[in-house]
Design a protein around this ligand. Structure first.
Ligand code: MG
Length: 249
């Protein structure tokens, strides 16, 4: 299954080999088990501002910038975008609520994935649309020795946000890697779209309430139910990539 996925990726990209140097990790729902707190904060703030939403929306919107989520809800409810002041105020409120919850829970199995990736000699970078400084600052405490602050891609680096490939393209640039020298690990449909649009082999981990199809239809090259099962398979993924390179496919 892994081998076929890599071959499919290489054919689509007209590449000869997948020679990984770096893994680009999404943050929310991949490194932190934080999505339910985001969804809760968004739901509360949207209710307060009389915006039309369902809880699943916030899992489907994941990866977008805060402003883009607010505009989507405004268009749906009021048939216009939010003003800059409205968007700013609502995002502040949402951030305050989010920070007041216990949102710094590590994703089970994520530390194991990071260890496997480090053991395989690959670099680790975070690529997130999040502007939540509390979580970004938490990364090095939760996962010491894995991430360099100046190599992180956050809301402060990106203009467009996922599903646009921009965040992952910036990640590749910071890692000085080509698309076929990287993996993306994502939990959100728009994040998967962004990784795929950047030309990177994208591994989806379904850590939330959406159906698997939401991730496969977004173009995920591989799909795992959780980070622990991805950690168990990491060596096999590396071996499959190396075997295909040797056989000169
Ligand atoms: Mg995510």
């Amino acid at each position: 299954m892994i081998q076929e996925a890599i071959i499919r990726y290489l054919r689509k990209r007209q590449q000869n080999a997948l020679t990984p140097k770096v893994v680009l990790f999404d943050m929310d729902g991949v490194l932190f088990d934080s999505m339910r707190f985001h969804a809760r904060a968004w739901s509360e703030v949207a209710t307060k501002h009389h915006l039309i939403f369902t809880t699943t929306d916030f899992y489907l919107f994941e990866g977008r910038t805060g402003e883009s989520t607010i505009n989507e809800l405004f268009r749906r409810t009021f048939h216009r975008n939010a003003t800059e002041e409205e968007a700013h105020a609502i995002y502040e409120e949402k951030s305050r609520l989010f920070n007041s919850y216990n949102s710094r829970v590590p994703m089970p199995g994520a530390a194991d994935v990071l260890e496997e990736v480090a053991k395989a000699g690959l670099r680790r970078l975070v690529v997130t649309g999040s502007g939540q400084r509390s979580l970004i600052d938490q990364l090095n405490q939760t996962y010491p020795g894995h991430f360099e602050r100046d190599k992180m891609v956050t809301a402060f680096d990106v203009k467009l946000g996922k599903p646009h490939p921009e965040p992952y393209l910036i990640g590749l640039r910071k890692a000085e890697a080509k698309a076929n020298e990287a993996f993306v690990i994502e939990n959100a449909p728009m994040g998967v779209e962004a990784g795929v649009a950047a030309g990177i082999f994208t591994i989806a981990v379904n850590t939330g309430p959406l159906p698997d199809e939401a991730l496969t239809e977004a173009g995920a090259d591989l799909l795992y139910p959780d980070m622990a099962s991805l950690a168990k398979d990491w060596r096999r993924i590396m071996e499959a990539a190396a075997a295909i390179k040797e056989s000169g496919m």
